[in-house]
Design a protein around this ligand. Structure first.
Ligand code: LER
Ligand code: MN
Length: 269
């Protein structure tokens, strides 16, 4: 398990500055946006070589959603993510993240009826994932399918729902993203869900129960990390939090998380 962090303006202007800053905090990778990766590719590539800190993963920075209601928006997402997958492989990142959609529709808010049924949602997602699985294989990268909480998306809220799509389609280059903030809302038992989806878990997002830094909410990271050790998770855990006090937040989180990683590992070995 390696700790990564999402890019923030606070880390610096140039990617060399950013990667040196996160290295100083003790992170081992950085998650960046797809449009930034493409627009600043040469600079980012050189900065990863100069600093020894890799780009762990790509989150956002494309048009539309893979589960968009609008056909053109969905095709834009597939096209853009396809291009980002190629750049991700080129720079040595582990993969590219995609939720079904973010903020498009929620059945838990007073929205008018959705234009699609749950069965139609599933069909659309299977179609998008089939196209993206092929593009990920061609690129030599992975797509990380991310379930979000019920207020951010109505299609995929739990790991088991995303797992069911991956298995149904036999998508060998699509894996799961387990985000602790969303799992805290949607999973009955975070550890059990991780153990049940096992080797399909390819990437992790870390935030506490209130989207603040781990240690500033009431989530039990220890139990979740034990489950990650049990499935031999060797990927990145990327911090995706609201930043209130940058200088303290990052340093405290690395200290807190490395302590839990070591403790949970020690108890199992
Ligand atoms: C949004 O809440 C989120 O968790 C992001 O990772 C979406 O990809
Ligand atoms: Mn996330």
């Amino acid at each position: 398990m390696k700790l990564a962090v999402q890019d923030r303006g606070f880390f610096g202007e140039s990617f060399k500055e950013k990667l040196l800053k996160v290295k100083e905090y003790g992170f081992e990778g950085m998650e960046i946006s797809g449009d930034v990766l493409i627009n600043r590719y040469d600079e980012i590539k050189k900065a990863t070589t100069d600093t020894g800190i890799p780009i762990s993963s790509i989150c956002g920075g494309y048009r539309g959603w893979i589960g968009a209601f609008d056909k053109d928006e969905r095709q834009h997402a597939i096209q853009d993510i396809g291009e980002i997958l190629r750049y991700a492989a080129e720079i040595g990142a582990n993969g590219v993240i995609a939720p079904a959609a973010y903020g498009m529709y929620s059945t838990k808010l007073p929205h008018p009826k959705a234009p699609r049924t749950a069965d139609e949602d599933r069909e659309v997602l299977l179609d998008s994932l089939e196209q993206l699985n092929k593009l990920a294989i061609e690129a030599g990268s992975k797509l990380y399918l991310e379930p979000l909480n019920r207020y951010e998306d109505h299609m995929l809220n739990r790991l088991e729902q995303a797992q069911s799509l991956i298995i149904a389609g036999g998508f060998t280059s699509v894996q799961l993203l387990a985000d602790f903030f969303h799992m805290n809302i949607e999973e009955a038992d975070i550890s059990k869900s991780i153990l049940e989806t096992k080797s399909l878990v390819g990437h992790v997002h870390l935030a506490d129960s209130n989207r603040q830094f781990p240690g500033l909410g009431h989530l039990d990271f220890h139990a979740g990390f034990q489950a990650l050790h049990q499935i031999n998770f060797s990927g990145f855990l990327a911090i995706e939090c609201e930043v209130t006090h940058p200088e303290q937040n990052y340093a405290n989180a690395v200290h807190y998380l490395k302590g839990i990683i070591q403790k949970s590992y020690g108890e199992l070995s």
